[in-house]
Design a protein around this ligand. Structure first.
Ligand code: MV4
Length: 452
């Protein structure tokens, strides 16, 4: 039983959790930093508590402040959303030790997935294919060089404590590896406090495709059809869609089955996402797993007709997974991440939203905590809204999204809506021919056209 959830997050995801909890008849407590006093998540929750100043390390990242708010409010559960405390094993452990239900995977799973090298080995043992690479942290240059020669160049150095692209280095020769390894280790130490790195065969022109899972406390795991996330810039996803225009039904079934079995094998609990690189022959390789709800979870919800957050809360309260009908993917969903930023330079554009008209209508979903008059603080990420379009086919979903974007009005701040409109009309995007290098090519094309 859960009767009151404290949401240790802000913005659209905090509001998303407020709505789901309320549908389940569970009270919510919002926490907010000083600039977030008038934020929608704080205004719409049943209770709200200020946990500190703008600086995240003194508010949304302060374990002491969050736990004080739990104490004051009498909440019996915490939902961390994404970012902030979501993948902090220490925080999850403290919650568990104090009888507070952490609505997420157990600390042991968070810890395992936080070590990307360990996660890779564990998932390989559990049956998932991985790219050739080191089976433990690299200790010295000679060892790394020997291994790289064996698996063949190019290779990529990754930080064990990293993820999301930070501190990665591609090496095309032994000389380059020798030069890059100490730099990569130094960067990993500086960024994550841990210099451990590992190497992998580098796959160029790959697609980034991920599989959503949910597991209950009785060992049952369900995997859902894939999300295509290859439209990214600097490891920031811009557009996600499901199903992937690239994966056929046979590959999809195999991916779902393999992830389901492997996640069950390791006793995965709560929501999670297994990320894969997929080559042009539809061979897929496990990269890392995210032990949290993700920004792009709504597209999976649309094609399966479910609410993953509600399911996650019920599971955390001890219920078994029990969807009242057969889970089958239907139709096509696309999400555009609307950021407060200059669409040309990508520089953040916080400030006051003077006027706001969000899109709607059949098949359109908007997850946002923005409203006219709201001042977007400069202190956090620049996501203002997620627009999700759902239709029977990919072509219809894209068309619906174009109309939705055209009919959105945001005055006072700059947004990347014009960029999204351009991407959606790109010939290659339309054909579904794209990989993780798409945005570089797209921006180069755009710049060339503008120069001409
Ligand atoms: C790779 C790769 C190619 N080969 N690993 C980037 C984010 C991080 N999660 C892992 N990343 C990559 N790992 C091997 N062995 C290419 C990338 C990569 C990438 C992955 C997903 C989405 C966009 C990307 C853009 C550049 C590189």
């Amino acid at each position: 039983m859960i009767s009151k959830i404290l949401i240790a997050n802000r913005g659209e995801i905090a509001l998303r959790i407020v709505r789901s909890a309320r549908e389940l008849g569970i009270k919510t407590v919002a926490v907010f930093s000083e600039p977030d006093r008038q934020s929608l998540h704080a205004l719409l929750a049943d209770e709200r508590i200020c946990i500190g100043p703008a600086k995240a390390s003194d508010s949304y990242l302060s374990i002491a402040n969050i736990l004080s708010a739990v104490d004051i409010s009498g909440a019996d559960a915490i939902h961390p959303g994404y970012g902030f405390m979501a993948e902090n094993a220490k925080f999850a452990q403290i919650c568990e030790d104090h009888g507070i239900t952490f609505i997420g995977p157990p600390p042991s799973i968070i810890r395992l997935m936080g070590d990307k090298n360990k996660a890779r080995q564990t998932m390989k043992k559990a049956g998932l294919p991985i790219l050739p690479g080191s089976d433990k942290a690299i200790e010295d240059v000679n060892e790394a060089k020997k291994l790289a020669v064996k698996i063949g160049f190019p290779v990529i150095i990754k930080a064990a404590a990293g993820g999301g692209g930070k501190g990665m280095r591609i090496c095309r020769s032994s000389a380059e590896l020798e030069e890059q390894l100490p730099i990569a280790m130094g960067e990993a130490k500086a960024a994550f406090g841990d210099s451990s790195v590992y190497i992998e065969k580098y796959l160029s022109g790959a697609r980034h495709i991920e599989v959503q899972v949910i597991g209950d406390k009785k060992g049952k795991v369900i995997a859902f059809g894939e999300r295509e996330c290859s439209v990214q810039r600097k490891y920031q996803k811009l557009i996600e869609e499901t199903p992937s225009p690239f994966i056929d039904e046979k590959t999809r079934k195999r991916m779902i089955k393999e992830v389901e079995d492997a996640a069950a094998e390791i006793g995965y609990q709560s929501l999670g996402t297994f990320e894969f690189l997929v080559d042009d022959k539809e061979r897929f390789y496990f990269m890392e797993a995210n032990a949290r709800v993700q920004v792009e979870h709504p597209i999976t919800e649309m094609v399966y007709g479910i609410n993953l957050i509600k399911a996650q809360i019920r599971i955390a309260a001890g219920e078994k997974i029990n969807f009242p009908y057969a889970l089958e993917m239907r139709g096509h969903a696309i999400e555009c991440r609307i950021n407060a930023e200059d669409p040309e330079t990508f520089v953040p554009s916080p400030g006051k939203i003077d006027f706001l008209v969000l899109p709607g209508g059949e098949g359109i979903r908007v997850d946002s905590a923005a409203y006219g008059g709201w001042v977007i603080p400069p202190d956090y990420d620049s996501l203002v809204a997620k627009i999700i379009a759902y239709a029977p086919t990919r072509e219809l979903a894209i068309r619906k999204m174009q109309v939705a974007l055209e009919m959105t009005t945001i005055v006072g701040i700059k947004t990347n809506i014009p960029l999204h409109i351009n991407i959606l009309s790109d010939t290659d995007f339309r054909k579904g021919i794209y990989n993780t290098q798409f945005m570089e090519g797209f921006l180069a094309k755009k710049n060339a056209a503008e120069a001409a």
